[in-house]
Design a protein around this ligand. Sequence first.
Ligand code: SAM
Length: 216
Amino acid sequence: MVEPVAQPHITFTAYRLVVDFVNRVVAWDGWRGRVMATVMAQGNADMENAAVELVNPKPDANIVMIGCGPGVGVVAGARRAPNGMVIGIDPSPVMVERTRTRCRRERVEQVTKVERAAAESLPVPDDSQDAVVSVNNIQLWNDRAVGLDECVRVLAPGGVVVVLLHTWAIPDAVPDDEWVAQLCADLSARDLRVEPPQTRRFRSGPAVVILGRSEV
Ligand SMILES: C[S@@+](CC[C@H](N)C(=O)[O-])C[C@H]1O[C@@H](n2cnc3c(N)ncnc32)[C@H](O)[C@@H]1O
């Protein structure tokens, strides 16, 4: 029988850091990021559009799209809020560039801003957003608690947080329903009124849909 070899702590830590880095950043940047941006612009467009429909923004709404990827939702938001402002944020330079290009091409530059940033540090003032939207990225946040604190910090009274995530992207560590229940509890703990979560089918597969509203 082969005895398991104890890994020195430093090796395990280094391994975790490398895997985290690959999962969180490298896949979304460079040539892989460009491929993924093209794939996602087609494959996830219905989810990004659905998220904006769930916000149901007023024409002068302010919306932040976290992890905007290739920017389909940023353009959709700008079309629904032509007198407002849609901020797309993404830590990947490739995604930022793709979103800016899309906004230019679709002539919504005047009502959009695209910034390189992560959910954990939103470059957005307190109490300023009517909606905070995250499609297919909450599972990638380095620190979900900090990211959720940021969502609530920037949300204006009466605003809404909308989270969509493919069910197949829910981390394996816990059963899907437990993961969803925990996220709803985390939002409720931040004084959001959370609607019962739903599962909806999209082109790229089923996704969980979660909405939390702040008090007016
Ligand atoms: C699966 S893609 C989804 C893109 C787009 N929302 C969509 O559904 O097509 C995940 C995106 O999240 C971004 N991302 C990774 N870590 C993030 C973080 N900590 N905060 C915000 N976005 C992050 C990635 O750069 C990538 O563009």
